[in-house]
Design a protein around this ligand. Structure first.
Ligand SMILES: O=P(O)(O)OC[C@@H](O)[C@@H](O)c1c[nH]c2ccccc12
Length: 265
């Protein structure tokens, strides 16, 4: 009897490991859910999945983002204008998740989850086929309010590691991260930059030593040569602001050119 495909942490980890085993690196685009209207969500996810995304990070629009740079903030405003909410995104996924093969990771601040109700959110996220979750404003010390429920539902809780974290903190975050470890490679907010940070080899070495899952680099990666550079030290990359710009221009070819350096020749 064939096993039915189940979404969640296992699906995310298996998919990423499969990509990396084939000598490739992971490429995770970030998009703002509902930028262009809620009806655009599934077509955009499909397009990115088919272009070669290893997984997709899906931002939930929120009125008071803390880590988002101007491009993501503007995308969030456009989505809020369309009345897109955590609820409407979950509803769309619930009915159409199976059209998108890439694992889906939600990036949401804790406030919309609180408003939704933590238990109800985890239940609905599981039903909708959400594979992983990033909550940037929920520090490690407070993650117990949701971590057991997520673990029971089989949804990965992904840890963000900043460059300014202490050695002990870096180690602890890497050890417990599920799905992948998100290494923030700049001090500051999201957004395209001309150069990516140098001299991160030791930092990634430390993360990889302690992480049971792939270690991916994110923030400020916006050109194929940045992707290439980061892939020398990381297991893959996350690209947000540049993807949002390119989707605005409907420039899928440039998105493919960003993915290209992550594929083995
Ligand atoms: O946009 P950039 O610089 O390419 O960075 C990715 C980032 O946008 C995405 O992962 C993200 C959007 N908002 C966040 C908040 C916290 C952590 C991560 C994020």
């Amino acid at each position: 009897m064939s096993k039915t495909l189940t979404y969640g942490r296992e699906y995310l980890e298996t998919t990423l490991n499969h990509t990396i085993k084939k000598e490739n690196k992971a490429f995770i685009p970030y998009i703002m859910a509902g930028d262009g209207g809620i009806n655009q969500l599934i077509p955009t996810l499909k397009q990115l999945s088919e272009a070669g995304a290893s997984a997709i990070e899906l931002g939930i629009p929120f009125s008071d983002p803390v880590a988002d740079g101007p491009t993501i903030q503007e995308a969030g405003k456009r989505a809020l204008k369309e009345n897109v909410s955590l609820r409407s995104v979950l509803e769309v996924l619930k009915s159409s998740r199976q059209q998108v093969s890439a694992p889906i990771i939600f990036m949401t601040y804790i406030n919309p989850i609180f408003k939704y109700g933590i238990n109800q959110f985890v239940k609905d996220a599981q039903i909708a086929g959400v594979d992983g979750l990033i909550i940037p404003d929920l520090p490690l010390e407070q993650q117990h309010i949701i971590s057991d429920q997520l673990s029971e539902a089989g949804i990965a809780l992904i840890q963000l590691v900043s460059l300014t974290s202490s050695k002990e903190r870096i180690q602890e975050l890497a050890e417990i991260s599920q799905g992948f470890t998100y290494a923030i490679t700049v001090n500051g907010i999201t957004g395209t930059r001309n150069e990516v940070s140098q001299n991160l080899t030791d930092h990634f070495q430390q993360l990889k030593t302690h992480s049971n899952v792939p270690v991916l680099a994110g923030f400020g990666i916006s050109r194929p040569e940045h992707v290439q550079q980061m892939c020398e030290i990381a297991d893959g990359v996350i690209v947000g602001s540049k993807i949002i710009d390119l989707l605005q221009d409907d420039d899928i070819n440039s998105i493919k050119r960003l993915i290209e350096p992550t594929r083995s020749k």
